[in-house]
Design a protein around this ligand. Structure first.
Ligand code: MBD
Ligand code: FE
Length: 278
């Protein structure tokens, strides 16, 4: 039996994950602020309708499309691809340490722990160029952050994420590392492929109808944390990827580009993290 990835299945998984891990109610937002934000968003929509004389046919197409986004479970995908980058920009603009970027829809907490040095869980025949990643975690004040946690997750060489595409072992290419006494870590994994967001769901329909493309450049996702420091969520990219300059999710920053060098049996990268104290 062949199992195929569908937008509805990966969207449903992402929606369930969001509801169980992230949703904490109205976040204490007072009514005045809810009213202000809701009114301004609606006014922006009204302004677009007036400016471009949006027709009933177009309004009804929008209505049907919004219904489909929910039915396909693609609200996490839609929001993380087209909105999250600005939320991340605002949330981290005060930082002096490492640049971060968006989390996206496919993080899962509590991945297998591999210590300071080790390999991510992978299949025996895991396709892709082997990648050795060394780095060190420090604070903006220069202190070594021994015991810092580095959570890594990424797509496989076909562009699929475990737990969101079928037929992949549960924790494939997902692991958590702990920096040693000198803040260092060494991770063994494989190079991920560029990622195409699902084309068979509502987000894919928008992309096709607008004549856009569905690609993100190849990327490694990380969350780096240490006591007394702000959580860093980032993605690292590979030079030369044709989508580094037109990521559908607008999440590439020059500070997040790796400089891989060829080594015996694969590639090596050196990239460390500087965390901001809380
Ligand atoms: C991804 O893998 C991703 O990282 C983002 C931000 C959106 C969709 C898929
Ligand atoms: Fe991703």
């Amino acid at each position: 039996m062949t199992v195929t990835a569908t937008a509805a299945a990966s969207g449903a998984n992402a929606t369930e994950r969001f509801k169980s891990d992230k949703f904490v109610g109205v976040a204490g937002t007072p009514p005045e602020r809810v009213s202000l934000l809701a009114r301004e968003v609606l006014e922006a929509v009204h302004g677009t309708i007036r400016k471009h004389k949006v027709s009933y046919a177009e309004y009804n197409a929008l209505k049907a499309w919004l219904i489909a986004v929910g039915e396909d479970g693609e609200w996490p995908l839609f929001l993380d691809v087209w909105v999250e980058h600005v939320v991340e920009e605002v949330a981290t603009e005060h930082r002096a340490g490492n640049k971060g970027t968006i989390e996206g829809p496919y993080y899962v907490p509590d991945a297998p722990e591999r210590g300071a040095r080790g390999s991510v869980p992978a299949r025996d025949d895991e396709p892709g160029t082997p990648l050795t990643w060394t780095g060190r975690v420090t604070s903006t004040d220069g202190r070594t952050l021994a015991g810092a946690k580095i959570e890594l997750w990424h797509a496989d060489a076909d562009g699929f994420y475990s737990q969101f595409a079928p037929g992949i072992p549960e924790w494939n290419l997902r692991a958590s590392f702990t920096a040693d006494e000198s803040g260092r870590f060494e991770i063994h994994t494989v190079r991920p492929a560029p990622y195409q967001i699902p084309t068979d769901g509502a987000c894919g329909k928008l992309i096709a109808a607008a004549g856009w493309h569905a690609w993100r450049p190849a990327h490694l996702h990380v969350k780096v944390s240490a006591p007394g420091h702000e959580l860093l969520t980032a993605q690292l990219y590979f030079p030369g990827d044709e989508h580094n300059d037109d990521d559908i999710a607008s999440a590439v920053k020059p500070e997040l580009l790796l400089a891989p060098r060829p080594v015996e049996g694969g590639e090596a990268i050196d990239y460390g993290f500087v965390l901001d104290p809380e």
